[in-house]
Write a protein that binds this ligand. Structure first.
Ligand SMILES: CCCCCCCC/C=C\CCCCCCCCCC(=O)SCCNC(=O)CCNC(=O)[C@H](O)C(C)(C)COP(=O)(O)OP(=O)(O)OC[C@H]1O[C@@H](n2cnc3c(N)ncnc32)[C@H](O)[C@@H]1OP(=O)(O)O
Ligand SMILES: Cc1cc2nc3c(=O)[nH]c(=O)nc-3n(C[C@H](O)[C@H](O)[C@H](O)COP(=O)(O)OP(=O)(O)OC[C@H]3O[C@@H](n4cnc5c(N)ncnc54)[C@H](O)[C@@H]3O)c2cc1C
Length: 667
């Protein structure tokens, strides 16, 4: 937090009203007092370092300048973190809560993100013990710098359609990597442009004349000393994007480029010296790194939403507008109930996603421990969960961040509000690691199978066991959190049943399975979304109940209010679905509307305390509108004065263009 200068009077007033201990909330969010201490220690170590501060805002730099600046800062930051990790062996950069907060210590997206984010995890997840022994020390000490090159110009979603080939040559015991077409060019990998000298390349494996599908290979693409692309490699950067400007996303092509046989990552499938292919336990284990990142994205979305909520709530406490009562001053915009409706759900959503993300992380950790022992039973369920949670959390985060931006009126449109950067991240979250609709359809495959099992009266795993109840009886509605969760489960089961029946109907009409699937796909994605909402609501509510006794009453109460707000908000949003698939009545809905308004009023005095509890320091929040001291107008003016156009009273274009143009108009 920044305390320099005078704190805005409205914010001081808001903080005095707060009914719980903000520091206790921060510990709850971080996962304990020690975790808060550790995080702050890393932040303290980093934020005052001169080399990590921008002399002029990034927006005013050239495309090349932005990359070079981000590169410089990434190296400085990682050096500091390495030093820290050596001193604190307990610091685990791979815990999602650490990973995303480390990334956000510098405003720019790091060109090195994919190195730690996907290159290293793929070596761990896909490499044999010998390969790990060879590559991990180099990668972890950053003697080599890598990325994850899977997507091509022509295919991102459809992995089986990738065109890059890796053909085994037993004579030399090498693979020959080749890019046969324009559409086969690797396109998008972060850091591929000018940063990485190695990458994981996902390519179609050919041996003994047969294609065995996509497999990962570790490939050196640039010279270790000169950093020049190696002969047979074409590599470059793909240009400006909506966000992620400094992530150095690149393209890559191979011209019959040879790598040793040992560079195929062989933890799962293998190719022997003579070219014999040995199948892995499951082809889908090759997709493991994507699953890991999907899991991490849920927690990251919680964090991005907390950043947007912090900016919008503090700004709304400082901003005054309109005069509903002629004899009274203009109210804080936070007092408008419509504003509370826009913002309090953002606060609640951040908690919901964080708790769902932690729950998913624990599930992931358990399932990967099982996978290491050769047990694959829970892989499909984890895949279904990670797909829908990644899809829904990023989609909702996109809407919420945009809503928070709009809630800040015109000033929300300023680059210096930091909304554009936050939006760039959540918008990427919707697409990367599996596009939104595509991932919902993956979950739908699982739901349809689960529905068939429920119909047959089979024992169901806990995350879909609600289908059995729906099949057997319709529960009586109750306007309680538990009743609402059951209601969402009824919607998920009802939509799955409807999608299943649509599939059968299209098949009976003579369509094959794939066409029937496509014809029913809107219903299928709706079922997945509903399943995901039921899970988020259940996890959020249960986790808050589970943790409440460990908190002081003040904090427990406000967290209960937030969780209830979340459930009631979504009940009202999805009232049509609930009317269709549960026994909710319109009088239940009227009562819930009333309760929603009460909850907004109950949360209102704690709104600023709740976002202070996210504990996002000014240097990390990086927003003129959201700083701790609320000096919004001063900061907006200070930032405007940094514009290069304001460094001289008259710009040269006046003499060159405007003046002659105006004079011409006079004639
Ligand atoms: C931007 C936000 C993030 C910023 C910060 C995040 C914070 C975290 C900090 C650091 C992390 C590192 C930074 C990361 C930055 C992100 C950069 C982005 C990187 C990328 O995007 S890499 C490229 C990702 N690409 C994809 O995700 C491709 C999507 N496509 C697929 O996954 C698949 O092709 C498909 C699943 C859509 C279809 O595959 P296909 O083989 O055709 O399979 P099907 O026939 O449909 O299904 C077969 C069968 O397999 C099951 N299955 C599919 N996938 C899996 C899996 N992963 N695991 C287990 N099982 C799987 C599927 O359910 C089917 O089963 P069934 O037949 O029904 O029984
Ligand atoms: C910022 C950013 C960073 C990235 N970083 C990396 C990286 O480091 N490494 C890497 O390998 N890749 C990376 N990617 C690529 C990313 O993983 C893909 O863009 C993503 O998986 C989506 O694939 P696509 O672009 O082929 O979309 P498409 O599949 O072409 O999607 C276009 C549309 O088609 C629809 N669609 C496609 N298939 C189906 C279907 N079967 N059923 C119904 N609808 C369908 C989609 O829903 C969508 O509406 C990155 C992308 C971005 C934006």
């Amino acid at each position: 937090m920044t305390t320099e200068g005078k704190v805005n009077e409205d914010l001081l007033k808001e903080r005095r009203k707060c009914t719980f201990d903000v520091e206790e909330l921060t510990h709850f969010i971080d996962g304990g007092e020690q975790a808060t201490k550790d995080r702050r220690e890393v932040e303290e170590m980093v934020i005052y370092v001169k080399e990590l501060k921008d002399e002029i805002p990034e927006e005013y730099l050239s495309h090349t300048g932005k990359y070079e600046n981000a590169m410089k800062k990434s190296c400085v930051l990682i050096d500091l973190l390495k030093e820290h990790a050596l001193k604190h062996s307990s610091f685990d950069a791979y815990r999602p809560t650490n990973m995303y907060r480390v990334q956000s210590l510098v405003p720019q997206q790091m060109p090195l993100l994919l190195h730690m984010g996907m290159f290293v995890p793929t070596i761990i997840g896909q490499g044999s013990p010998e390969q790990q022994a060879e590559w991990l020390p180099k990668a972890l000490s950053m003697q080599i710098m890598g990325t994850y090159a899977q997507t091509e110009l022509g295919h991102g979603t459809f992995l089986r359609g990738l065109e890059t080939t890796a053909t085994y040559d037993p004579a030399t015991e090498e693979f020959v990597l080749h890019t046969p077409t324009l559409t086969a060019h690797k396109w998008w990998p972060g850091g591929l442009g000018q940063t990485a000298n190695h990458c994981i390349v996902v390519a179609q494996l050919y041996t003994k004349g047969e294609c065995y599908g996509v497999h990962p290979f570790i490939v050196q693409i640039r010279d270790s000393e000169t950093h020049m692309p190696l002969p047979g490699i074409k590599v470059g950067e793909i240009g400006p994007k909506l966000g992620f400007q400094t992530a150095n996303n690149g393209f890559l092509a191979f011209d019959h480029f040879r790598i040793p046989r040992e560079n195929m990552l062989m933890k799962n499938a293998q190719v022997q010296k003579d070219g014999t292919y040995i199948k892995g336990k499951s082809e889908k284990l090759t997709y493991g790194t994507m699953m890991l990142i999907r899991v991490m994205i849920v927690t990251d979305m919680a964090y991005e939403v907390s950043r947007a909520a912090t900016i919008a709530v503090r700004y709304s406490a400082v901003r005054h507008q309109s005069q509903p009562k002629p004899d009274q001053p203009e109210p804080q915009i936070l007092d408008y109930v419509t504003q509370q409706h826009k913002l309090f759900i953002a606060i609640a959503t951040s908690h919901a996603f964080r708790l769902a993300g932690n729950w998913l992380w624990n599930t992931y950790s358990q399932v990967t421990r099982d996978l290491d022992k050769g047990k694959l039973d829970h892989l499909p369920e984890l895949h279904a969960l990670s797909c829908c949670l990644k899809a829904v959390s990023s989609f909702d985060a996109g809407l919420i961040v945009e809503r928070c931006r709009m809630a800040c009126g015109g000033h929300g449109y300023m680059m210096s509000s930091n909304f554009p950067v936050i939006y760039g991240v959540v918008a990427a979250g919707i697409t990367v690691e599996g596009e939104y609709t595509v991932l919902l359809l993956q979950t739908a495959r699982y739901l349809i199978k689960a529905w068939e099992q429920a119909k047959e009266g089979k024992v169901m795993t806990p995350t879909v066991s609600y289908m059995v109840n729906f099949n057997n009886n319709r529960l009586k509605w109750s306007n309680t959190p538990e009743g609402i969760i059951s209601g969402f489960q009824s919607v998920a089961a009802g939509k799955t049943k409807a999608a299943y029946e649509a599939l059968q109907k299209y098949k009976r009409a003579g369509n094959d399975y794939e066409d029937s699937w496509n014809l029913a796909s809107v219903q299928l994605t709706n079922a997945s979304e509903a399943h995901c909402r039921a899970i988020i609501c259940e996890v959020f509510w249960k986790e808050i109940q589970r943790m409440s006794p460990t908190q002081s009453p003040g904090l427990a109460k406000v967290l209960q209010q937030l969780a209830e707000l979340y459930l009631v908000y979504w009940t009202l949003e999805k009232s049509g679905d609930l009317l269709e698939y549960s026994s909710i009545s319109s009088s239940d809905l009227t009562a819930l509307r009333q309760r929603y308004e009460e909850l907004l009023a109950l949360i209102r005095p704690n709104a600023v305390g709740l976002v202070d509890g996210f504990d996002i320091r000014d240097q990390v929040l990086n927003s003129t509108l959201g700083s701790y001291d609320g000096r919004v107008y001063e900061r907006l003016m200070e930032e405007a004065m940094k514009s290069p156009l304001n460094q001289e009273p008259v710009n040269q274009s006046f003499h060159k263009y405007l003046k002659p143009f105006m004079q011409k108009s006079k004639l």
